[in-house]
Write a new protein. Structure first.
Length: 169
């Protein structure tokens, strides 16, 4: 039940996830795009409680309704708040004049700005803030124990990436 070493067969081989010098290129995931699979557009009745083809049987529609009900900001509003240039209506490609639901905006941002290879400024900032928030909420994390701590690697000038911590210096 935790608090012990992870068995070698259960460890992550990070060289499959991150490009590391001296190893084969990392395995790439599917590009990020704004297309939803049919299985999410028409949820089974057992999951949605609604008949296929009705509005509430669509995960996309349910997310739109939920976001509107709780007053979730649009993708464009979040981009402006972060100081990023919002995507244009042509880049969003929905054919309406209103602003874009945040979840759809994040998918389109990655697709338009980075060919689906990575998140854009809004999506990346949200993911980054969540991860930092999780770390900061842990009273035993480096950031909680020593707020002045900065990551370092021997022999480096302070400029390094995630792959650098995976190989010996």
């Amino acid at each position: 039940m935790g608090f012990h070493s992870v068995a070698p067969e259960h460890t992550v081989d990070w060289t499959l996830q991150i490009d590391v010098a001296g190893y084969a290129p990392a395995q790439r995931a599917k590009r990020i795009d704004a297309r939803l699979p049919a299985a999410l557009i028409s949820l089974p009745t057992q999951i949605s409680g609604s008949q296929p083809g009705t509005d509430y049987a669509s995960l996309a529609n349910r997310d739109l309704q939920r976001g509107q009900a709780v007053g979730l900001a649009s993708g464009e509003a979040v981009a402006r708040r972060l100081g990023a240039a919002p995507l244009t209506p042509a880049e969003i490609g929905l054919g309406w004049s209103g602003e874009t639901p945040l979840w759809f905006y994040i998918l389109k941002e990655a697709e338009v700005l980075h060919a689906g290879e990575r998140l854009g400024p809004v999506g990346g900032r949200i993911v980054g803030e969540v991860l930092v928030g999780i770390i900061d909420a842990d009273p035993e994390s480096f950031r909680s124990v020593d707020p002045e701590w900065q990551p370092t690697l021997p022999g480096r000038d302070g400029s390094f990436g995630l792959a650098d911590v995976l190989v010996p210096v």
